[in-house]
Design a protein around this ligand. Structure first.
Ligand SMILES: Cc1ncc(COP(=O)(O)O)c(C=O)c1O
Length: 400
């Protein structure tokens, strides 16, 4: 009994996206060519001016910084928030963490009591429900529909709020669906929140810079200033600056919440790595050309991926507004024979395409959206073309 693991872990599932990445890496090691559409990170290197800033910071950044981040990085976050979102937070609202995932983890630790409900629209990023469960909370999944572009409607939100709702987690643009809310849609959700609940609203905007076809990212903070005392913005440099390995993310929260986050982080990681903070400050203050170039590349790859998927009989795929994922409905492939099995779920399809075509992608069950598969298009156009040609031919030849 004394060596038993903590019971709270029994409710928590390991990350499905990391599991698929590990499986693909194993197959690669055994000599197979694998098309890596599973992992959610840009294939570009971190821009050189950022790496140069980090190299310079090595000379001066050997010690602890303030738990919630350096004054320099917090100032850069405030300035960029003012430029991009039109509101200027004070540095006391900012907590810099070891990636946006850590910022969200700290928030779960600081806000969720056992029995609290946290609303999470599906499809959702895999870590939201698990982090809530880790602290004894109950994720309450709000079903949305593909027909509505996977965006939660005001009615769906209104029906899901209860007196036990502690927080809503809204991700825009979304991983895995690429859905993004425009200002009007956010305003409609804000009206419901203002009228029906005083819960916290955590907005995950890690993909804010990655939007396409002229879509303008809208932030709830700007659209609904009346909710300012309960909105928490989560953001970071991982996706827009190709800095996943540097592990810098942050939250912008009401001062009392920021203080609580400082307490949580002060008893766990202390500050994120000092050199990485200097690199993140350089990223936020530096030129935007490389980000623009990456966004243009993602936009071209998105079209290629979506058009390629649509050309496969049995696949139905919408054009996402943002992030770097396509999220097709694959139920039309059910019935294909795979050895002595018949494909009957998105997970079956994902394993079949890995076996037959070497394509690694994550099935929708993990995101609360069965019947779908998430394909990352943060990879080369030639990889997209080759893989989808293989997949098309495998579907056309498949026995049913
Ligand atoms: C929606 C969403 N939020 C947060 C994160 C975490 O980002 P970071 O690498 O900064 O921890 C991810 C990464 O995949 C994500 O997709």
């Amino acid at each position: 009994m004394s060596r038993a693991l903590a019971r709270r872990l029994e409710a928590v599932r390991p990350s499905a996206t990391l599991a698929m990445t590990a499986r693909a890496a194993e197959l690669r090691k055994s000599g197979r060519h694998i098309y890596a559409f599973g992992v959610g990170e840009p294939d570009f290197p971190t821009p050189e001016f950022i790496r140069d800033a980090a190299a310079r910071a090595l000379a001066t950044s050997s010690h602890y910084t303030a738990v919630s981040g350096t004054a320099e990085l917090k100032q850069a976050i405030c300035e960029r928030t003012a430029q991009d979102r039109g509101f200027t937070p004070t540095p006391e609202r900012i907590t810099v963490s070891v990636g946006a995932k850590h910022a969200l983890f700290n928030l779960a630790a600081a806000l969720v009591d056992p029995g609290d409900e946290v609303l999470i629209p599906a499809p959702y990023w895999v870590s939201y429900p698990e982090q809530v469960r880790l602290f004894g909370g109950e994720p309450r999944i709000v079903e949305t529909s593909a027909a509505n572009g996977w965006r939660m409607t005001p009615d769906e939100l209104a029906r899901s709020l209860t007196p036990r709702t502690k927080a809503l987690i809204l991700c825009s643009p979304s991983n895995p669906s690429g859905a993004a809310y425009d200002a009007e849609e956010l305003r409609a959700l804000a009206r419901v929140l203002a009228e029906q609940s005083d819960c916290f609203v955590i907005v995950d905007e890690i993909y804010a810079e990655l939007v396409y076809d002229g879509f303008r990212h809208a932030s709830l903070t700007t659209v609904a200033p009346e909710l300012a005392d309960r909105i928490i913005v989560v953001d970071g440099v991982s996706k827009a600056y190709a800095m996943t390995g540097w592990r810098i993310g942050w939250s912008i929260a009401p001062p009392a919440v920021a203080k609580a986050l400082d307490k949580v982080q002060g008893q766990s990681t202390t500050n994120p790595t000092a050199v990485a903070q200097a690199a993140a400050a350089a990223a936020l203050r530096g030129p935007r050309d490389e980000v623009r170039h990456m966004v243009e590349s993602f936009a071209a790859r998105r079209r290629r991926m979506v058009e390629g998927l649509r050309a496969i009989p049995g696949m139905a795929c919408d054009l996402p507004r943002g992030a770097f994922y396509a999220f097709p409905d694959v139920t039309g492939l059910y019935g294909i024979r795979h050895g002595d099995k018949t494909l009957a779920s998105a997970e079956d399809v994902a394993l079949w395409q890995l076996d037959v075509c070497g394509i690694a992608a994550v099935s929708g069950e993990a995101f609360g959206a069965p019947g779908h598969i998430r394909y990352t298009y943060a990879c080369s156009e030639s990889a997209i073309d080759e893989a989808l040609a293989l997949l098309k031919s495998a579907v056309e030849r498949a026995e049913r």
